[in-house]
Ligand binder design. Structure first.
Ligand code: PRP
Length: 210
């Protein structure tokens, strides 16, 4: 049995479609009303755990799940000790610095950066030699520059509509992001055939562009 940490929400739906196409379907997962967190298809030898996207690396790193699917943003932020085996090419978006249109950076003082991703923001600005003051938030990051809580934000931009509807613009691009298939290091050793088979089936789906 291979245990999969599946991110809940927008990304999870797309990820599950890909896993099902790759032969790891589990019909019960499609029941949106269900509050269950564990789903199993014994015939296919797969068990899914539905977890918060930011928690996927925790389950995989500690071996509660053999494999998982996590956004590159989460992997860059938490740097879990896992193997990254495949870029699934879905959940594509960009990590960006955004702010008000025409924003002017006053380099005489630290730049106030609101973000859910302090490590990514810190490392980006370290690379530029810019001193910053991190304001850690957990959501609705776009509010921060509007209320002058921060000068800019470091956040995910997918369609760009959240920025647009809040009169903000992308100022700089930090990293392209997409979903990655990750594996626990011990599972990669001891369940190698099962993990490699899942990775290869997903790779075949990804290469087909489906
Ligand atoms: C993410 C991100 C942006 C938004 C970007 O937030 O933090 O706010 O999506 O998507 P868009 O470019 O397509 O508008 P999420 O929906 O995860 O909610 P949050 O504000 O609670 O973090």
């Amino acid at each position: 049995m291979i245990n999969v940490a599946l991110p809940k929400g927008r990304l999870g739906d797309k990820v599950y479609e890909k896993l099902a196409a790759a032969g790891y379907e589990c019909e019960d997962l499609l029941d949106k009303k269900s509050r269950r967190l564990v789903f199993e298809n014994a015939a296919r030898g797969v068990r899914y755990f539905c977890v918060k996207p930011t928690d996927v690396p925790v389950y995989v790193e500690r071996g509660a799940a053999d494999v998982g699917i996590a956004g590159r943003d989460i992997l860059l932020e938490y740097e879990p000790d896992v193997y990254e085996l495949l870029d699934l090419g879905i959940g594509r978006c960009r990590m960006c610095i955004a702010g008000r249109r025409g924003f002017y950076d006053d380099t005489d003082r630290p730049l106030r950066v609101a973000t859910k991703f302090p490590r990514i923001a810190r490392s980006y600005y370290e690379g530029k030699g810019r001193d910053i003051d991190i304001i850690k938030l957990h959501g609705s990051i776009e509010l921060a520059p509007i209320l002058d809580l921060s000068d800019v934000i470091c956040d995910i931009v997918e369609t760009g509509s959240t920025l647009k509807e809040n009169d903000l613009v992308v100022l700089e691009e930090v990293e392209p992001i997409s979903a990655r298939f990750i594996a626990n290091k011990i599972s990669w050793q001891f369940k190698h055939d099962a993990v490699a088979a899942m990775r290869n089936a997903l790779a075949a789906e990804t290469e087909d562009g489906r």
